[in-house]
Design a protein around this ligand. Structure first.
Ligand code: IPE
Ligand code: IPE
Ligand code: MG
Length: 252
């Protein structure tokens, strides 16, 4: 439910009056349907989706968002036809080739998250290069979830924690929520305040399962290639008007 009036367009200046989310997570979904609706091959939708990502990153920098996590490829997306998977992996390379200098100049730290060593060699090479070149930037941390799955992330954390116990470095009594968080890809980052899913699907599709425990969800039927900064403004405006109780009650 949108809390803004249907007749009034929410402006950037409206959302800057209140605290912004520190961390926004987006499931970039709907590329295939966008292309199919236009009689185009699905890959055309992925190309259009990259353009949306560029605009949204720029807008996040403009309004000073500190962390943006985008779901680019899930551990389940390998089930897709080989050509589509290859195109997606090549798009990552193309995007980095084309945009890395600009991203770097804008102070963006590219932080790929997921089971990276299963990615094709060239994709891995480019994302490593992007991460290395931008590692000291601090304007916006851009977590790019590639071959990412929330369950896989928690599984690798459990393995590492068990290894520490086996090495005698920690005991089971040392395990608490903070410790588990430190073994996730997002260690030392705040959890997402706002999770956005375009394309109307009401599911999480294995994204950030641990981190979104108390994130505010915002779903729109707009497909990712049609998603504009204005939609992000609307999402943030709604977010700012939600009552985040974290299990407590508001006495006012
Ligand atoms: C999201 O768009 C991109 C990836 C999953 C890589 P989709 O390709 O899932 O688009 P739809 O959901 O089929 O429309
Ligand atoms: C989630 O979208 C993954 C990404 C956007 C990268 P999917 O299109 O893969 O999710 P499902 O299959 O609809 O759950
Ligand atoms: Mg999809």
């Amino acid at each position: 439910m949108a809390l803004f009036s249907k007749n009034k367009t929410i402006q950037k200046s409206d959302i800057l009056k209140k605290p912004l989310p520190k961390h926004i997570a987006i499931i970039m979904d709907g590329n295939g349907r966008w292309a199919t609706n236009r009689g185009l091959p699905r890959v055309a939708g992925h190309r259009a989706g990259v353009e949306t990502l560029k605009q949204i990153i720029e807008f996040c920098v403009e309004i000073n968002i500190s962390y943006l996590t985008v779901y680019a490829f899930s551990t389940e997306n390998w089930k897709r036809p080989k050509e589509e998977v290859n195109t997606l992996m090549n798009l990552v390379v193309e995007y980095i080739e084309r945009e890395l200098d600009l991203l770097d100049r804008n102070g963006i730290k590219i932080n790929p998250i997921g089971i990276l060593d299963e990615l094709p060699e060239k994709t891995l090479e480019y994302i490593k290069k992007a991460a290395e070149k931008t590692k000291d930037n601090n304007k916006l941390v851009l977590n790019v979830a590639l071959n990412y799955g929330g369950r896989a992330e928690i599984t690798q954390a459990v393995k590492k924690i068990c290894q520490k116990i086996a090495n005698g470095e920690i005991t089971p009594q040392d395990i608490n929520e903070d410790l588990i968080s430190r073994f996730l890809y997002t260690s030392n980052m705040p959890d997402p305040d706002l999770l956005i899913r375009p394309s109307g699907e009401m599911r999480l599709s294995n994204f950030l399962l641990w981190q979104i425990a108390y994130s505010e969800l915002w779903v729109t039927n707009v497909l990712w290639p049609d998603f504009k900064p204005q939609h992000l403004i609307n999402a943030i405006y709604d977010f700012q008007n939600r009552d985040r109780r974290f299990g407590g009650i508001n006495l006012s």
